[in-house]
Structure formats: C-alpha cells, structure tokens
Design a protein around this ligand. Structure first.
Ligand SMILES: [Zn+2]
Length: 304
C-alpha cells in the first residue's frame, strides 16, 4: 500500500474505498464484526420497494428497488437523490434511525483554483454535513453537538497540489489532482472532517492520533466495507499509524474497553500521552496489548 505525505496531516488512501455491502437475510442480524444490522423495508406508492439498513451505530444506507433495478443510496446523500414519491418515506425512516443530523453546520466550497472539482466537492459537502455532528457526538458526546455554534462553518478548499488532503482548524484542503485519480475516495473527507472535530492542540504521538482518525473512518463510517487494512503479524507495529493502528484500536474497543476512543480523545485534548494512559488505565503497555492483538490474529488464522 502506497502512502503519500503532505503538509499538516496526510491521509492514507486505498484504491478501493467504495462502500460495498453484504446482504443479510435475517432481521436485526449481526455482521461479521458483531455490529448490529437494523433493516426496515417500505413499499413505494408505484410498486417498488426501499430497504433501509443501518450497520452498527453509524453507517446507514437505503436500497431502492424499482422494476428490478437496484440503486444504493447512503444516508449522507441529499434526499433529492431519491425519486419524489420516496422522499417522505425516506425522511420518516432516516428520522426513526437517527440519521438526520440534529445540528446543521455550514460548509463552504472553494474551487476557484480547481473548477473541475465542483461536482466532487458537492458530494464531499453532503458527507461533511452528515458526519461532522456524528463524529462530535462520538468523541465528545451528544451534549457537545447541541453546543456547536449556529454559524459553525467548515471550508472545503480544492487545489491542484501534490499529496491527498489536510485539515487545519476548520478548513479542509483537498488535492484536485488526487481526486481525479481516485474519484471514489470519499473516505478522505471523513478522515479530514474527523480532524476538524478532534480540534487537538499540538499532538506528539501523531501515530496514535492518525490511528484514531482512521478508526473512525474505517471501523465506524465504513463499517460495512471490507476495506480494512491488513496487519502483517511479522512486520506491523502499533506505531505504524493510520489503518494499522486503527485495526489495533478496533481490537482494543472490542476486547478491552468499549470507551477506548473517547478516552484517548480526552488524552489528546489534555496534551497527554496515549502510551502513558494505556499503562495507567489497563496496567499493560501499548506493546503488550499489541502482542495480545497479534496473538488473536494468529488464533483466527488457525481457526479459519
Ligand atoms: Zn490525518
């Protein structure tokens, strides 16, 4: 996997970051990672059907089935993507599933230096509008969402530059060159939106921060994707950052502490050290937990 470095924050990217989904047959089943899948099916007045599915706490989407033709639309897409007859139903179900952001922030797009990026920028905007309040809720709790100022604005700037993207304060700068080559990599938008929500002071353990950022990207917002990074039991390290560290965090969340991400978020906010925090909180070092994680991978391979 290739990695590009750029500016303040660099984004790990993957050529196949589109969201694929696996069809489950039973209601409220669990996926392979133990995340609950909620399904709601509705009939359309003209005879078609819509199947709404929510995986885990965060990733929801609808499959529109009209005349045998299936179209999949994510909850972060504007409601105008649905045919008119479906919109009231979609609104009702998204409300029921908690998929309508309860706080509307503002997103400004600047494509003056890359006019070609406009269409992509609009699709990125709908993701920022959807994910920003959700990521704030995940990291700081629902009360923090209520406290987002009315005029809170995130700027999405597109430039013809090297690298992928970076976030600084409330602005996200994306390489128009990169998105031309990787038009499906909307995950980078979630990654950078997460940085805006993190709003950390200076971070020394950047590997630990990028792991948290990619945990939210890969294991929450792309929960139904199989696009998780491969950990090499021989060569990977917990400090490898991005998807590798995110996979390690996922194991910690599932096996050690479900609140791990929230807790390390607090550590970053107070300029603390994740390495120190882990020892104090769990009585084991990051390395010891990593060794347990790798051991669990070995066991999985043997079972398979
Ligand atoms: Zn980053």
């Amino acid at each position: 996997m290739k990695r590009l470095l750029y500016g303040i924050c660099f984004v790990a990217f993957c050529a196949t970051s589109c969201l694929c989904f696996s069809q489950e047959n039973d209601q409220n089943a669990k996926n392979e990672e133990g995340k609950e899948i909620v399904k709601i099916e509705k009939d359309l007045p003209s005879g078609g059907k819509i199947l709404f599915q929510k995986v885990g706490q965060e990733a929801a989407f609808a499959t529109l089935d009209v005349d045998g033709k299936k179209v999949e639309i994510d909850a972060f897409e504007p409601i105008s993507r649905f045919p008119e007859e479906a919109r009231p139903i979609v609104e009702e179900v998204w409300n029921q599933l908690g998929e309508i952001p309860k706080k509307t922030i503002k997103v400004e797009i600047d494509v003056t230096e890359a006019p070609d990026a406009e269409e992509w920028a609009e699709r990125a905007k709908s993701r920022v509008l959807y994910w920003y309040p959700k990521v704030v809720a995940m990291l700081d709790g629902e009360e923090a969402v209520d406290k987002i100022p009315e005029d809170f604005t995130i700027k999405l700037i597109f430039k013809d530059m090297d690298g992928v993207a970076y976030a600084a304060g409330r602005s996200i700068t994306v390489s128009s060159r990169y998105i031309k080559r990787n038009p499906l990599d909307f995950g980078l938008v979630v990654h950078e939106t997460t940085h805006v929500a993190q709003a950390y002071p200076r971070v020394r353990e950047t590997w630990a921060m990028e792991g948290e950022t990619d945990y939210i990207r890969y294991f929450v917002t792309e929960a139904r994707s199989k696009n998780h990074w491969r950990v090499d039991p021989e060569r990977s390290k917990y400090t490898d950052s991005y998807g590798i560290t995110a996979s390690y965090y996922d194991w910690i969340v599932r096996n050690v502490d479900a609140d791990f991400i929230k807790k390390i978020h607090g550590v970053f906010r107070s300029r603390g050290s994740v390495e120190k925090f882990v020892v104090e909180e769990y009585g084991k070092s990051c390395q010891e937990l990593w060794d347990e994680f790798i051991k669990s991978l070995d066991n999985q391979t043997r079972q398979n």
